[in-house]
Design a protein around this ligand. Structure first.
Ligand SMILES: [Zn+2]
Length: 107
């Protein structure tokens, strides 16, 4: 798999969830970050952070990690790839477009 600029040294680790899981690659990590379990842990942690310094630190670290490693970007790229897979094979509309660019050509 060729995840655009998937950084090799991104920490493949989640400190938000109780289990503090480790991951073997970026793809697994992204799957986890988008999972219900993780999102509800994150939410709970955030709620707790109002009165719990440890929780607040965990949320801060996580937000920093998320921003530093452009996790949004990685996630977007991953969704694109999934959609491409779904679309390919169908014989309907075959638009000629190179990967990734949104509708910049429209004015
Ligand atoms: Zn998690």
């Amino acid at each position: 798999m060729d995840l655009l600029a998937a950084p090799q040294n991104i920490p493949l680790h989640c400190d938000i969830c109780d289990k503090k899981p480790d991951f073997s690659d970026v793809s697994h990590l992204l799957t986890h970050v988008a999972s219900k379990g993780h999102l509800s842990s994150y939410y709970k942690m955030k709620v707790r952070s109002g009165s719990d310094n440890v929780a607040r630190k965990a949320v801060e670290d996580y937000d920093e990690w998320y921003a530093n490693w452009n996790v949004d970007e990685l996630m977007r790229e991953r969704m694109h790839q999934k959609e491409k897979k779904k679309v390919s094979g169908g014989g309907a509309a075959s638009r000629r477009s190179s990967a990734g660019q949104s509708d910049e050509s429209q004015y």
